[in-house]
Design a binder for this molecule. Structure first.
Ligand code: F6R
Length: 242
C-alpha cells in the first residue's frame, strides 16, 4: 500500500487526477471505477482541466460507478446519475454507451445487480477504482457487517450513512434507505485502487482502516489485502496515521 499525504484538499485532488490521467495515458481504453460524494469533486474538476489543457482523451474510456440510490430517477438532483453528469460526464468526451451506473429504478433490482456485475466482467474488469471512505468505514455502500459482501447487491444504508448523506437532502427522512452497490469482491478485483480521504473527520476511520484489524466491521480494512492500493489523504485526514 502506498500512502501519499497531500498538503491540503486541492493537492490531494491534483494527485488523484494525476493518477487517473496517467492510467488513461498508459491505456486509453482503460476501465475506470468511479465514486461520488464530496471527496472526489475536485478530482473531477482537475480531470476536466486536463481534458481542456492537455487533451486528456476519454473517448475510449469505459466507466462504472460504485453505487446508486434505490428509487431515485436519473434526473433527480440527489441521484448519482445526476451528480456524475453535472460534475464530470457532461464536461468531457466520454461516450454515453461506455458509461455505467447502477439503475436504482430497475423493476427487478436483483437482475439489475447481476447485469451490472456481468457488464463489468464483459468490459474486462476495472483497471483503476476510485474510492472515498464513509465515517463508518464503508466503501461504495458496503456498510459495516458480519461478513465481507460479495458482488454487486442491494444494501440497506446504515443510520450513520443516512445522517451523513442527509446534508445533500432536505431532511434525513428524504434520504433513500436502500442503494445498489458494487460489493467488496467487485472492488477487490480492480487492478489498482485509489482511496481518497480528506478532512479531520476522516482521520480516525482512515487510521483504523489502514492499520487496524481486517474486519467486515470496518469494510475498508479489506484494502490492506489488496496488492495495489494507493491512498491519497490530506494532512488533516492523515493526523492519526503512525
Ligand atoms: C460514493 C460512495 C461512498 C463515499 C463515502 C464518502 O459513491 O460510494 O462510499 O465515497 O460515503 O463520502 P464523502 O466523500 O462525501 O465523504
Amino acid at each position: 500500500m502506498r500512502i501519499i499525504i497531500a498538503k491540503n484538499y486541492e493537492e490531494l485532488s491534483k494527485q488523484a487526477a494525476n493518477l487517473i490521467a496517467s492510467q488513461i495515458f498508459l491505456n486509453p481504453r482503460s476501465v475506470l471505477g468511479l465514486a461520488t460524494g464530496s471527496t472526489p469533486l475536485m478530482t473531477y474538476a482537475k480531470l476536466i482541466e486536463r481534458y481542456h489543457q492537455d487533451g486528456l482523451d476519454f473517448s475510449q474510456i469505459t466507466t462504472f460507478n460504485l453505487d446508486e440510490y434505490v428509487g431515485l430517477p436519473k434526473n433527480d438532483p440527489q441521484s448519482y446519475h445526476y451528480y456524475m453528469r453535472t460534475h464530470f460526464f457532461q464536461a468531457v468526451n466520454l461516450k454515453e454507451q461506455r458509461i455505467h451506473i447502477p439503475d436504482g429504478m430497475a423493476p427487478d433490482l436483483e437482475v439489475e445487480c447481476a447485469q451490472y456485475e456481468a457488464a463489468i466482467e464483459r468490459a474486462g474488469g476495472i483497471d483503476l477504482q476510485l474510492l472515498g471512505i464513509g465515517n463508518n468505514g464503508h466503501i461504495g455502500f458496503n456498510e459495516p457487517d458480519f461478513s465481507f459482501e460479495a458482488t454487486t447487491h442491494v444494501v440497506e444504508l446504515d443510520n450513520e450513512t443516512i445522517q451523513a448523506n442527509s446534508r445533500f437532502f432536505q431532511s434525513p427522512e428524504a434520504v433513500p434507505r436502500r442503494a445498489i452497490s458494487m460489493g467488496i469482491k467487485t472492488i477487490m478485483r480492480s487492478r489498482i485502487i485509489v482511496l481518497l480521504a480528506s478532512g479531520q473527520n476522516k482521520a480516525a476511520v482512515v487510521a483504523k482502516a489502514l492499520y487496524g484489524e481486517i474486519t467486515p466491521a470496518v469494510p475498508a480494512s479489506i484494502l490492506q489485502l489488496h496488492p495495489n492500493v494507493i491512498v491519497v489523504v490530506d494532512q488533516e485526514a492523515a493526523q492519526h496515521l503512525p
